[in-house]
Structure formats: structure tokens, C-alpha cells
Ligand binder design. Sequence first.
Ligand code: ZN
Ligand code: ZN
Length: 154
Amino acid sequence: MATRTDAQSVQCAECGQYIDPFKSFVCKSCRRKPLCLEHRDRGMRGMCQKCANRERRKQLHDLQAGVKSMKAFLRFIEFLFLVFAVLFSTQRFVPDALPEYIAQNPIVKYIYVPGILCMVGLVVVYFIYLSQKKAVNDLEAEISMPASFAPRIR
Ligand SMILES: [Zn+2]
Ligand SMILES: [Zn+2]
């Protein structure tokens, strides 16, 4: 470890420790220098931990927004599916319950087509939703913000 008396030593911009210039780095984001290698982020190359965490929070924010809108979209497909399912069962099991002009409507007649498409869509979107949610959780763990700070997604 370099000491104060070492002619070659420089002072770390983050913690003020005297360090060997060869064991220091410049953050490519905030341009602070020199910084001890221990402030270098392991995940984001060339960045100090402060900048890397700020970057992660930004990513987290975007991911969370994405997860939220995907959840709303899932609800919407679920609703559509329900409508299709109700129409399908009515037309199939109690055909007299539907007025003739509705029963003969080609969309209603072949309601199983959008119904199946809906179901496939639901499965696909659900898996994307799960993977996004996992990405959010991973990022949250990586940032390891204080619990009160981390908005939870349910
Ligand atoms: Zn330092
Ligand atoms: Zn930085």
C-alpha cells in the first residue's frame, strides 16, 4: 500500500486515500480521477460504483415502467379472452340465447379463432412479463438500495 511519503502516490478523488497511480482509474462517466480500483464497478466497465448504480437505477426505472404497462396489457388480453370465452360458450351451448344477427356474425361464428389467438398471446406475453420481472428483481438486488427506497412490484 502506498503511503503519504511515497513521491509517486496520488490521492483518490473518492475516499482521499493515497494510492499508486498505476493502481488507479478514471471513471468514464463522471471523469473523476484518480480513483482506487476498489471503487471500480465490477459489472459496468470503466465506471465507478456511484455512476454504475445511478445507471442501474435508471435502467431499473425503465424496466419497472415496462413491467407495469405489460401488466396492464395482460389484463386487457385476459378481458378479451373472457369476452370470447363467454360468446363461444353461449353460441355453443345455448345458441338460442343469442339474437340471430349476432349468432350469424362471422366474428361470433368463428369466435374460437380470436379466442385461440388470445390464449397464445396471453401465454407469450406472460412469459415476457415474468422474465422482465425477474430482470427487475436482479437489478434491484444488484443495486441493493435501502429497502425503503426500492419500489416493490407485485
Ligand atoms: Zn478510494
Ligand atoms: Zn463515476
